[in-house]
Design a protein around this ligand. Structure first.
Ligand SMILES: CC(C)(COP(=O)(O)OP(=O)(O)OC[C@H]1O[C@@H](n2cnc3c(N)ncnc32)[C@H](O)[C@@H]1OP(=O)(O)O)[C@@H](O)C(=O)NCCC(=O)NCCS
Length: 152
């Protein structure tokens, strides 16, 4: 498995982006933004990580997803490590990320990657933002967004 910057047509990555975000409308708004890293294994794209911003010394980890059958095998951690290394080279000092408060596995993942809780954005996920009514993650309604950050 190797991690590289993706230079191709990002529409092929849309199914992976969709794994990380239930709103097609939201994805439409950022799919083409920033820089995307991909994890490739034997010619297959098994993960993506998107960075947006960076000009002010702060970058947002906007999207991160690993193919369903490859999760728990270190691909996500490798993508984060590659993104952090590149940001450091560019003098970027801080990375922020957000995820659903309902998604305790993601909260665990990001804290294992060195991120710390920053703030809560209530009612960030609703029909107004393109999220269907009634989405539930591990029994918890999808509703609030948690922001985390990490000094680089
Ligand atoms: C979150 C995600 C990117 C992590 O990538 P990964 O390659 O599975 O993670 P790694 O193998 O590097 O790290 C394993 C850790 O990730 C966490 N994790 C989160 N979701 C997981 C999942 N679905 N399967 C396995 N581990 C998961 C666990 O805490 C695990 O540590 P543990 O085994 O000690 O519990 C990946 O699971 C994924 O694509 N999930 C669905 C999309 C998503 O929710 N993206 C984030 C949106 S903000």
């Amino acid at each position: 498995m190797r991690v590289l910057i993706f230079e191709g047509d990002r529409t092929v990555l849309r199914p992976l982006f969709r794994e990380a975000d239930d709103s097609d409308r939201a994805i439409d708004g950022y799919l083409q933004a920033g820089e995307v890293f991909v994890a490739e294994d034997r010619g297959e794209l098994v993960g993506e990580l998107q960075l947006v911003g960076g000009e002010s010394g702060e970058v947002e980890l906007k999207s991160l997803a690993v193919a369903g059958d490859r999760r728990g095998g270190g691909v996500g951690s490798a993508l984060v490590a590659a993104a952090v290394e590149r940001c450091r080279e560019q003098g970027i000092r801080r990375m922020i990320v957000s995820t659903a408060a309902a998604d305790t596995r993601n909260l665990r993942f990001y804290q294992l990657q060195g991120f710390r809780m920053l703030r809560v954005e209530r009612d960030a996920f609703g029909p107004d933002q393109g999220y269907a009514e009634g989405i539930v993650i591990d029994g918890i309604p999808l509703r609030d967004r948690i922001w985390l950050d990490r000094e680089l």
